[in-house]
Design a protein around this ligand. Sequence first.
Ligand SMILES: N[C@@H](CCC(=O)N[C@@H](CS)C(=O)NCC(=O)O)C(=O)O
Length: 313
Amino acid sequence: MLPLVLYDIPSNVKGGHYSPNTTKTRQVNPCYKGLPFEIDWVEHPDIAPRMKEFGVAPSKLPDGSETYTLPVLHDPNTGALVTDSFEIAVYLDNAYPEKPVFPKDTEGLIRVFADVYTDQLMPAIKFLIVRAVEIMREPSAQCYITTKEKCFNQNLAEFSPEGPERDKHWSILEKGFVMTKRWSPCLDKVTATGNCWHFFVIREYVGLKWRSMLLVQLLRQRDQLDAFGRVQAYPQDKVPAVYDGAIVWYGKTNGKWLMGDTFSYADIIAATSRLFWFKKVLHDDEWKRIAAWHDGQWERLLADVESECKVVQ
Ligand SMILES: N[C@@H](CCC(=O)N[C@@H](CS)C(=O)NCC(=O)O)C(=O)O
């Protein structure tokens, strides 16, 4: 078998990789599935030209323009060229079904979970952008700052200044993990903003441990998505109150994983979309603060997922 090629973004941290999206792909393959692979490093300003050259399909921005993001996976064995971390995980499960990350047809459920889990973080994203820039290499940092300043129409220095704004971001990060208010009391507030919301409750998923898990799905108006397909026009400080948090979801299972004893891509998302990223980009004292929440539960989850995926540090 020829090695798969994963396009990833380098940085100054140990091991180079820091992006939560490319790292989810690393954790599925090679780490979990153990398939041979090669990394091709691409700095931010080179992503679009290089992906165009390879013939990768771009994603569409709300204004109709095109964007290119990583991860992209090239499988020389099949000729497949796949973009988006979730789609790559689906591709790998279909092409290499041994050790599935969507066991028992859970792709649909995990897709919903991925959206909810990622969206909870969005209102605090500017704090993470400030920290991510600090660990990027020069060409990427400059390009990233320019893109994000344009996107938020603000200077980087105003993204998450120490004080009330930074405190608000911290409380959003923490809320993503804790039991929050149930969604119904928030419904009026949310719909009053003109956003289009759709609530989606999953119960009694027969035969699996998801039985009492409550998920909320957003039906998003396309023109409210940012460059990476994420909601940006929602009422920033209200959204996290709409969901239950990770501690509730993990508290509903009897095993170590979200699906009880069955490891899945949902656990990779839970650990990597937040915890891996926090640990890589935040300052040591900031990561220690998160690692101390809920009796160290999140640091343990990250370690468990990395061990399950046989990640080499
Ligand atoms: N939904 C995509 C999002 C990918 C994404 O946002 N990738 C970032 C790196 S973490 C990127 O490539 N950004 C390109 C840029 O900012 O130029 C996925 O899951 O793969």
